[in-house]
Design a protein around this ligand. Structure first.
Ligand code: SF4
Length: 377
């Protein structure tokens, strides 16, 4: 396919609220490269455990970012959040952790508050988006974002993004966006062009610059649209954009055993602000890979590969590889039982939440300043 040909492959993923069940198909459909292949180029002590545990399972064009990391050259890490809620759920933490990881490797963070997208797909007023964004930024600071090497902006106030988004849209056809995203209101497609403009903002402001955008698997259509547009002659000749890089992570599934953490199903979601009682209720009722009876579990062992409790350890709460392996081995051997394991996890999560709540409270004034004062000019 030449760079200017429209892509007519019908996407199987909905980037605006879908879930992913068939990762192999997604990898094939979106030309995602396995993370395993690029991992040897990253020194062991600089590899994130998401990379080695298969959570960050793939990438596109990450080579130039890895090269910049290894040679201590400038690169950017781009991310954004739809400020549709003041409360991050635990799934948001994956992207936050990845962004902070790349920042620690030398990347400058560009953090876009996707208020236009929240309006386009959820009719969220911009003022409400602003309030939520302050809370979201406070979370990121609490998780370790260094504001000294970060550029935080709101889509609605970043004229460069809106101009570029408009220009990008004028180089796309309806068939192209429909093939990538499926059927949506035009405002949703507009939001997609704005997202591509977000992804290209570091290059727009700083010139040709390796830029990595860590995304969930369901966001793969945005990566495709970015690449399809950047390859177009107009943007190559006039902007000298290089292909933006992406990493793709697995999506955390619903605590109750459903495919996805969804707000309409509270028992599926874990937020960072659960009360002690709701945390206990959700964890103790979480879907596990346990057997129907204790005897059966002792005999057959558990199945951590389908267990949401094990997912929480693997994604967030057990960084130590040896300890994680021990949980897995003792589970499979039938030595560890689900009730005991859930209680252990409950203690760890409670401690994390208490500490996070305090850090977030401390970070709120700074977050307010960054979202309001720095950009309300
Ligand atoms: S023992 Fe733990 S890891 Fe194993 S199935 Fe039960 S809750 Fe999951």
């Amino acid at each position: 396919m030449t760079p200017d040909e429209d892509n007519n492959i019908q996407s199987t993923v909905d980037a605006f609220g879908g879930s992913v069940t068939d990762y192999d198909r997604l990898i094939a459909e979106f030309g995602i490269q396995p993370m395993d292949e690029i991992l040897p180029q990253i020194p062991k002590d600089r590899q994130h455990f998401y990379m080695t545990r298969g959570i960050m399972f793939g990438h596109t064009s990450l080579e130039r970012v890895v090269e910049a990391m290894n040679k201590n050259k400038p690169f950017a890490v781009m991310t954004g959040i739809k400020p549709s809620s003041a409360e991050y759920h635990i799934g948001n933490l994956v992207t936050c952790n990845e962004v902070i990881y790349f920042q620690k490797q030398g990347g400058k963070v560009y953090f876009g508050i996707a208020d236009l997208e929240s309006y386009a797909d959820g009719r969220l007023p911009l003022e409400k988006a602003e309030k939520n964004a302050i809370e979201n930024v406070a979370d990121l600071i609490a998780l370790g974002l260094n504001l000294d090497n970060a550029y935080v902006y709101r889509q609605s106030q970043q004229k460069d993004v809106m101009r570029l988004g408009y220009l990008l849209s004028s180089h796309a056809t309806y068939n192209m966006v429909k093939a990538i995203y499926g059927d949506h209101r035009l405002g949703v497609y507009n939001a997609a062009f704005i997202q591509v403009a977000d992804i290209l903002l570091p290059q727009l402001l700083e010139g040709t610059l390796p830029t990595v955008t860590p995304i969930g698997a369901d966001q793969a259509p945005h990566a495709r649209l970015s690449h399809d547009l950047v390859r177009k002659k107009f943007f190559q000749e006039n902007y000298k954009f290089i292909l933006p890089s992406f990493t793709y992570h697995r999506l955390i599934e619903g605590l109750d055993g459903s495919d996805k953490m969804a707000k309409r199903n509270p028992m599926s979601v874990l937020t960072l602000y659960e009360t002690k009682a709701s945390l206990k209720k959700k964890l103790m009722n979480a879907f596990t890979g346990g057997r129907t009876t204790v005897d059966e579990q002792r005999e057959l062992g558990g199945q951590p590969e389908v267990c949401r409790v094990f997912d929480l350890y693997r994604f967030f709460f057990m960084h130590d590889e040896t300890k994680l392996q021990k949980i897995e081995q003792t589970c499979r051997a039938g030595e560890l039982l689900c009730g005991e394991d859930k209680k252990n996890l409950l203690g760890i999560v409670q401690e994390f939440m208490v500490s996070h709540k305090q850090k977030r409270l401390d970070a709120l004034p700074k977050a307010r300043e960054v979202v309001l004062e720095r950009f309300d000019q």
